[in-house]
Design a protein around this ligand. Sequence first.
Ligand code: G2I
Length: 331
Amino acid sequence: MRPPRSPVHGNLTAGRGDWGDVAPASPPHRRSGAALRNRPPPVTTVLNREFNSVTAENAMKWDALEPSRNSYNWAAADRLVNHAAAHNQGVRGHTLVWHYQNPSWPANGNFSASELNTILRKHIDTALGRYKGKIYAWDVVNEAFNEDGSMRNSLWQGKLGSGYVANALRWGHAADPSPKLYINDYNIEADNAKSDGLYNLARQLLAQGVPLHGIGFQAHFVVGRLPSSMKANLKRFSDLGLEVSITELDVRIPMPASSAELAQQSTDYKTATENCLGVPRCAGVTVWGITDKYSWVPGTFSGYGAALPYNGSYGAKPAYQGLSDGLNPQA
Ligand code: G2I
């Protein structure tokens, strides 16, 4: 592993012009980020050394912020935002409108469409308002699509119709015009039916002047199975004038992981990162956690694990080098 560039920013930090040589037309402040739960000092040590952006893995979800109506819990989200400010890290906000991890009260309240619109707008206003000027990008709408490219039948889609996406973006922009507003989803990295559905919606929203600024490609991959169309697919969104970001990168491996699989995983981290950086409006790459010790993967995909760049003892895996090489192609 190469030594960190400076005491503060490690090999994974790709911002402040570091990537300017790669894609001069791209925004100057690309980020490399990590998603975090509230975790002990070893995690933040790595975060502070290696990354310049952080995402709340759970703390900004609606169920965490407003578990019962009008009763807010900002403590964990505030801690993350304050940590980021103290360490010169950007914050990606995650996430405002989702079918999952919502408190039960919006669905159980038997609200009319008009009431639900008011509730959703208040949620967006309140979260963006609290962190006004402190968040550089928000995942406003998360996972709105089915695999076939149709809109997912969530509470929002069911009661408000597909116009909820445009409304959420407009409300978000009105609450704080500074962050880039994203639609974020998984299984949209390839050119497929789902990414086609999103592409068509994005085009319509832009034609209508809706403040959509970016597409978040979650990028939860299986080792050795990166889609070959990924770069071209990201480029077609970038060609619409949108930012593209990898927002939740991880690469899961069937356990136990062999050294060949760990090597392939390293290649996958590098390729995924290059697939974004090779596109003009790539704004950054965020990994969904730092260490295998705290990854969502084993709890969701039985028999899989080892998805992140650091092992459970905070040692850098080959994936760390792959990510670093992807972020620093000139090195
Ligand atoms: O599922 C992976 C990610 C897919 N894209 C959207 C992301 O927001 C999502 O993140 C995961 C977190 O990594 C998990 O940590 O979202 C899950 C559901 O919100 C998170 O899991 C939840 C558990 O389901 C809850 O039981 C638990 O209380 O984490 C909560 C907080 O630890």
